[in-house]
Write a protein that binds this ligand. Structure first.
Ligand SMILES: Nc1ncnc2c1ncn2[C@@H]1O[C@H](COP(=O)(O)OP(=O)(O)OP(=O)(O)O)[C@@H](O)[C@H]1O
Ligand SMILES: [Mg+2]
Length: 223
């Protein structure tokens, strides 16, 4: 089943000095349970593509469908609802909340979804064990290293129990051993039916994930 479809997407960023044409006619179809890997140089439009795919932004032109329904332009409320119901994210900038503990950060999306408390605890514990942070569950996020913060972001995405995991350089700051552990975790989730869309510069990560590979170059997406 096709969960997400992008058709001829165009995206511009307008700054004070210039206009950047970040996506040029990008089309992509994501089927349920699929693994998609997008590679490409810095500035080629990978994060922009993820933002549009996962309703953090609207396109300037083209079409976007979720489960066959046209969701090209959506307002803030509907975008928030779609994000909450469909997506778990690992952003390039992590977006974890420094003043919250490790556990609170991971639990947050489940709280927002109003998942029953016992289940919340269960998901959080599993995810923290999987990323090797169970012993640091009560630390404030600002007391963690960069790689540990990244693992909190991964645990949060994993615990969110969403259909699609969208990850932007999920293992960029991690050593090979930790990266392998994380990949094992996300591949396990994929085997249980979760869809993966992963952006990375790393050939090693792309190889480990072994998904359908796309290449992004100057705002265009190639197979
Ligand atoms: N908020 C913004 N305002 C203006 N230009 C932006 C903005 N975000 C991205 N861009 C520009 O759009 C283009 C694509 O950026 P994007 O972040 O999608 O690249 P990327 O492929 O994710 O790069 P990286 O690998 O470095 O993360 C770049 O030229 C970038 O400078
Ligand atoms: Mg990026």
């Amino acid at each position: 089943m096709e969960i997400i479809k992008l058709e001829s997407i165009e995206k511009y960023y307008r700054t004070r000095y210039e206009e950047v044409h970040a996506l040029r006619g990008v089309s992509l179809s994501v089927n349920e349970g699929e693994k998609i890997v997008v590679m490409g140089p810095s500035g080629s439009g990978k994060s922009t593509l993820l933002h549009i795919l996962a309703f953090l932004d609207n396109p300037d032109d083209g079409k976007r469908y979720i489960l066959g329904e046209d969701k090209t332009q959506v307002g803030d409320t509907e975008a928030a609802r779609l994000r909450r119901d469909m997506f778990g994210f690992v952003f390039q900038e992590f977006n974890i909340i420094p003043e919250m503990t490790v556990e609170e950060n991971v639990q947050l999306p489940l709280k927002i979804k109003k998942v029953p408390l016992a289940e919340q605890k269960n998901y959080v514990e599993k995810a923290l064990k999987a990323v090797g942070l169970i012993d640091k569950r009560n630390r404030k996020a600002y007391e963690l290293s960069g790689g540990e913060r990244q693992r909190v972001a991964i645990a949060r995405a994993v615990a969110s129990d969403s259909k699609v995991l969208v990850m932007d350089e999920p293992t960029g700051n991690l050593d090979e051993e930790t990266e392998k552990e994380i990949v094992k975790l996300i591949l396990g989730l994929n085997e249980q039916g979760k869809t993966l869309v992963v952006v990375t510069h790393s050939d090693r990560l792309a190889r480990l994930i072994d998904g359908k590979l796309y290449h992004m170059e100057d705002g265009k997406l190639y197979k």
